[in-house]
Ligand binder design. Structure first.
Ligand SMILES: CC(C)(COP(=O)(O)OP(=O)(O)OC[C@H]1O[C@@H](n2cnc3c(N)ncnc32)[C@H](O)[C@@H]1OP(=O)(O)O)[C@@H](O)C(=O)NCCC(=O)NCCS
Length: 184
């Protein structure tokens, strides 16, 4: 089946990008992407841990099934053949099946050129259009990640609460902020 392309165009800096849904051939690139991001020890849950190709293939299989079942959306950003960004929304289960947990990241060398904002706009739109049960978008952000926090605020996310010391890093703790946005 042909890949479902969501966006094709240029970043603010002129980088040609494509935003599309994943397919099962993307596992290796997705593994490399997350492992590089993890080594960077940026504002994500992975802080150096590495995933194997076997694990990533299993994860991706689960993602693809959820996308098919309308329980999730998952978007990849490519610059040429390089995977440079990922964002997703997955619905919870049972009493949480109306709540979509969102995540986003852009590769280090491509930050600050408007791709994160563009990806966020597209993933929210895809989630609203495709996930019929979705009523609330939910995300977690480290309290020292003011760039992401402000970006989410601009998209209408509201701080719902903070778990003091909810993030444990190698060199100490930061609070974990939970933010939500009603979409129905
Ligand atoms: C958060 C993240 C996804 C944003 O993506 P991005 O492509 O860098 O963001 P954009 O270029 O679209 O910028 C969005 C806004 O952030 C601000 N911003 C971006 N880069 C900035 C910089 N270098 N200095 C100050 N503000 C900056 C601006 O307000 C910008 O909006 P504007 O350019 O329209 O004014 C990306 O930085 C990232 O992956 N960071 C590491 C992982 C992470 O934090 N993920 C989120 C976990 S909750």
């Amino acid at each position: 089946m042909k890949d479902k392309i969501i966006f094709q165009g240029k970043s603010k800096k002129g980088t040609e990008i494509i935003i599309r849904y994943p397919n099962k051939k993307d596992a290796k690139q997705m593994m490399d992407y997350i492992n590089t991001l993890s080594k960077e020890k940026t504002f994500i849950t992975f802080q150096g841990e590495q995933v194997t190709l076997e694990e990533e293939i299993k994860h991706l299989k689960g993602f693809l099934q959820k996308i098919k079942d309308k329980k999730g959306v998952h978007l990849l950003v490519f610059s040429g053949r390089s995977l440079i960004g990922i964002s997703n929304v997955y619905l919870g289960q049972r009493t949480q099946k109306h709540v979509g947990l969102m995540g986003i990241s852009i590769a280090k060398n491509f930050r600050g050129e408007g791709i994160g904002r563009l990806l966020l706009k597209n993933v929210i739109n895809e989630a609203i259009v495709n996930l019929e049960e979705l009523e609330i978008l939910l995300l977690g952000v480290f309290s020292n990640n003011s760039l992401a926090y402000n970006l989410y605020r601009e998209f209408g996310f509201i701080e719902e609460g903070r778990l003091p010391k909810g993030v444990k890093l190698k060199n100490g703790y930061v609070d974990h902020i939970y933010m939500y946005k009603n979409v129905k």
